[in-house]
Design a binder for this molecule. Sequence first.
Ligand code: GAL
Length: 982
Amino acid sequence: MTIRPEQPQPLDDPGPPIGTAPTVASWTTDVAEWTLDGTWDFRWSPSSAQRMDEGWGSIPVPTSFVMPSLDRDAAPAGDHGRPAYTNKWYPFPIDPPHPPDANPVGEYRRRFLLPDPPPRAELRFGGIEGAADVRLNGVLLGSTRGSRLPMAFDVSGLLETENLLEVRVHQFSAATYLEDQDAWWLPGIIRSVVLRARPVGGVRDVRVRAEWTASGGVLTVVPDLEDDSHGDATIEIAELGATLTAGRPTPIPDALPWSAEDPVLYTLRVRTAAETVTHRIGFRTVGIVDGVFQVNGVPVSLRGVNRHEHHPRLGRHVPPEVVTAELLMMKRHNINAVRTSHYPPDPMFLDLADRLGFWVVDECDVETHGFGEIDWRGNPMDDPRWEAALRDRVARMVERDKNHPCVILWSLGNEAGEGCNVAAMADEFRSRDDTRPLHYEGDQSSAHVDVWSRMYAHPDEVAAIAAGTEPALADQALDARRRAMPFVLCEYAHAMGTGPGGLTEYQDLFDAHPRLMGGFIWEWLEHGVQVDTDRGTATRYGGDFGEPLHDSNDVIDGLVSAERSPRAQLTDLAQVFAPLRLTIDEARLHVLSRLDHTDSSRYALRYRIEDAAGVRGSGSIPMAPLPPRGRVTLDLPDAPPSAVLTIEVVQVGETAWAPGGWVVSRSATAVPGEITARRRGVPPARRLTLADIDLDPGTGGLRRLGEVEMTDWRLMLDRVPTDNDRHAGWDEILDFSYAERWRLLGLHDLRSRLVSLERVSIDHPDGEIRVRTVVGGPAVDARVSCRWRWRAVDGGIRLDLTVEPEGHWPAWTAHWARVGVGFSLAGEGRLEWCGRGPGPSYPDVGQAATAGWFAGTVDELQERTVRPQEAGARAASWMRVKAGGRALEIGLDTTSPRGPVNDPAITVRPWSDAALWAAAHDDELIPDGRTHVVLDLVRAGVGTARCGPGVLPAYRLVAQPVRGSLQFLTPDASGTNGDRHV
Ligand code: GAL
């Protein structure tokens, strides 16, 4: 029986909640339950000192009450606060354990009827963000702390036929110092509220230990009954014909193991005279053997994502159908692991992860990152006053989630620094569960954890760790201990905006080294907030709600939008994470299985041969099932050099997440070398001649080619910065972002000087037009000298372009984003291309873009980002741009420099670069009726500098001579046929 407090917990009390009942595992029961979700009365005040409005409005529960678009018209207060976003900063003075006076309060009230009120019952809150005082029928039940953790109150003897539940949520309290995660501040009742009858002799809790051993399953079940006994319960798994005695380990020889690849679950029933509870359990054993992370005796590689809980309209509450959809989407994109950054998820997430198969790192609701900004002075993690609260958070997470097979690691929290409470929390974890290793990235000597974790380490550093050649720790014993640990990247590849570059480099390391457990992309989801505007809906980020202190769009850094639409990087990730890795060299196909527990019989290989005229053949490539981590080399079907051979890995039969035939990954040979083999469609009716070229005599720029008029013909060396371009990589010596370097050189504002324009025998077949320009930014003497040589060649007009740096290019800034030619065409456009697609690519991203022929309207080819930036380039070496009823057909080739930056591409947009530069939000971009084109001869990668390494050396475009050609093939509109649509 819990003791009910007389007073609410003071807001500056750093201790655990008061009046709450111990946390138990979540399960299904047959006793009466009532959900109290739905519409509640609500009122708000900007601080507890201020009087509440007299009147009450209403609000849906669960939600975060500050969300701007909640349906709360009836609320008289009008304003319920606004979302506010900071990454690390506390939005108030760091004065622990005190919250600020300006501390908004949301008061909730709900009346409910119980025709037959149970004498004994428990009131359960899945999560209340903030610190709440809870009253039932006028009786104070207690005060909550720990926003994303469960809290329950014993309400036995308090229920009546008519009931009044009151919850007063203070946004800030001492507990806020423990919840400084990089996310919006979103107070409210954020998870379900349930009332559950508790019969005498019912089941209070169940502890399940379902191990997988060399001789099969071994199950131990310890029920905890309401009458304080452990006996008198029937424990059985009907499917396995198993009946167990409480507390006794029982071999279950017929059981199959649980893994993320084959998530076999069984229904465990624990029955007393008063109650039957049902649990879905899976048999699996987690271990670390010789420094290698293993499940069920075999090494496991985590291809994971970090997942926050966020909904663009509801805030921290994510409805079950959205959670289901996102987990299905993860499975379809070959993600096999989730770190629940940075707090335990809604329990429904774990139920689904058990069922669909994910390895889960369950992370406690602890982050004190803002103390890092003040050199960790006063950090609660190193202050004994907070120990009880931190232990309580561990207890609540472990007790709620202990029986989930998907949970394979406990994580103590995120970015909370070091100190005495790390040891205390580790002790609390180990005393409650010894079946899972412990993770905490903040413990850099790994003194208290079982796996070594880092975030955003450079691939070179990861390679050193993989080889065991990392620098030694000063303490020899700790060093030896850490060297014997597996290594995980709890965060890497920051998926913000265009990027992240370098996924392949990391995955290659994970594939090759058993010490590496894999890692978790930062992050699954963008946290955009949706608002209604005159033109529909729009997405907002930090600072858009008037927060004086904010971190702008840092919260928009996911593989999917807040609405869960996939970004291009998710498609690339699926390719990089594919269960079967395909590599083509010469006429051979190398297949590597990344499966750890199952053979490859769930997948089959299919091929397609396609040339400019369309698909020429298709079929399947036989492959015997590969054992886990097996590999094989196969012969490829014959394909002519003018064709592209594409191999696809397809799923055999239906799964819970994808239909049979689902394409898991693909690989293809290169695009054909000859332009004639790449061009698709009807040959031009008329060949272009030099007479079709109209150059501006003042600038030397092209203004008409045949019937196609163009404006803004210019050389381009920069791009509208991506989120990554706005930062220096962590491996850079100088703290200058790429965008700053380009700006210092004036690359955003290039001016061209015409040196000469010569027409040499242009009536003769060997005639040519030669243009020389010098292009540079204002105020600097870093320039490029450009030679533009126009000739008539077989098949059209060819422009050879040479760009050579001259003047002074300081070594540390001498990086370009691209060497490209920009221009604009009248009318809205459409693009057909041969190159890589259908998605975008840059030298270090676009792993999913394989060779072929593609098409789409300019509108369809936009990769929208919440904050506008460079995006959406298509690798292309032949293209037809149609705009305003005219067509321009172009072949694009680069002869230098060599390497991955030599990646010719086209970008088409319905707005100008100037508009893209100026827009701060996607909804500010309005098509201007023209088609804006950039043809890149070479371009730089995008890296992941916002958080992590910059552009890796192979993908940097150092200022250097560049030579390439543009071949114009058609002067007028011509037909298309058979292209694959994007
Ligand atoms: C990490 C942190 C994440 C997130 C990320 C940047 O340091 O753990 O929560 O802030 O950086 O987006």
